[in-house]
Design a protein around this ligand. Structure first.
Ligand code: AMP
Ligand code: MG
Length: 324
């Protein structure tokens, strides 16, 4: 059986909301990447997420809610977290806070904190409104592989493991949410960079917002998505500038579309070179390069000083390139 991709008709949305209420799994679009959603207060439903993704139990899930009022039922908010939610929700900012008892341990991998966000995607919001439950939803891909940004990507990876995918087109952001630990409000810390940047957060809060330490066992315990190798194609990936005439058998990924036509092993991440465009196309291009049976994928890294989204994009590329 292959998963069904459902167009977002009112009837389908009602049906899929009912599936979620009953404890079933549905892959849903969000503005960041597609998520594999289940009833966040139903431990059995959440266990099915881990099984379908082959995700280790020590990698906690993000819970999706409509708004701050719903989030406050699940986590202990402080004043800083409330301000952040009012400013950045709905949107790609996940807040890590002490969990309340209603949240099952499986969602937080047994830990005392829960990660929560309100997604901006209109279909995710309609489903949340219809289902009237919080939805735990990690990215809808097999653990460790490239996250999905279209319904077809979800089907490629999980098509034989889940029944239902809601089609919401291509994700507009294209990389996963920023994960911000606000358990200590005087020292907010980014556990995973995303579309909401450290500079934006720091400016809004008027404090320095610290980035994640990228290596070591500590980082793994704090945010397992911080795993060194992650978001990875099957083909070995290296970060390196490559010439216009790459050797045959090697896929080359440029940041910008070349002016002249090029060999079919040359891919590019944007037409005009904007970071938003690079983020939006990143996973689709990596998937296409991975499907081409090349020996290696060489990706041009972004200049570190580019700032903004470049931090998140380089973070994902570095993890995609990390050794097994
Ligand atoms: P995914 O949705 O697949 O990108 O994975 C969710 C990621 O959110 C995890 O891998 C962690 O990095 C992060 N996360 C979820 N819950 C927590 C938590 N309680 N504390 C820290 N990070 C979390
Ligand atoms: Mg993931």
């Amino acid at each position: 059986m292959q998963a069904k991709i459902h167009p977002s008709t009112p009837v389908n949305l009602r049906r899929l909301a009912a599936v979620l209420r009953r404890g079933g799994l549905v892959a849903i679009p969000t503005e960041t990447v597609y998520g594999l959603a289940a009833h966040a207060l139903d431990a059995k439903a959440c266990r099915a997420i881990f099984q379908a993704k082959r995700r280790p139990a020590n990698d906690p899930l993000i819970v999706h809610v409509l708004d701050l009022a719903h989030a406050e039922q699940l986590a202990e908010f402080n004043a800083t977290a409330r301000r952040l939610a009012r400013r950045f929700w709905p949107g790609p900012l996940t807040l890590v806070l002490p969990k309340k008892n209603v949240v099952p341990g499986i969602v937080t991998s047994g830990g005392p904190t829960v990660a929560i966000r309100a997604p901006a995607h209109p279909l995710a919001r309609r489903l949340l409104r219809l289902a009237k439950i919080p939805l735990a939803a990690p990215s809808a891909n097999l653990f460790g592989y490239i996250s999905p940004t279209t319904a077809a990507h979800v089907r490629e990876g999980l098509g034989r493991r889940i029944p239902d995918i809601l089609d919401g087109g291509t994700c507009t952001v294209g990389v996963e949410s920023t994960v911000l630990d606000v358990t200590n409000p005087s020292r907010p810390r980014i556990l995973r960079p995303g579309a909401v940047t450290a500079a934006q957060l720091g400016q809004f809060l008027g404090v320095k917002v610290h980035g994640a330490r990228s290596r070591g066992a500590r980082a793994w315990q704090l945010a397992p998505g911080m795993l060194e190798r992650h978001y990875s194609p099957r083909t070995p990936l290296v970060l390196q500038h490559s010439p216009a005439k790459p050797p045959a058998g090697i896929a080359v990924v440029w940041l910008r579309q070349p002016r002249k036509s090029v060999a079919k092993n040359v891919f590019w991440l944007s037409k005009r070179g904007s970071l938003a465009e690079v983020a939006r196309n990143l996973y689709n291009v990596l998937r296409r390069a991975d499907a081409g049976r090349y020996r290696q994928i060489r990706v041009e890294p972004l200049p570190a000083e580019a700032g903004g989204l470049a931090t998140a994009i380089n973070d994902r590329l570095r993890r995609a390139a990390a050794k097994r």
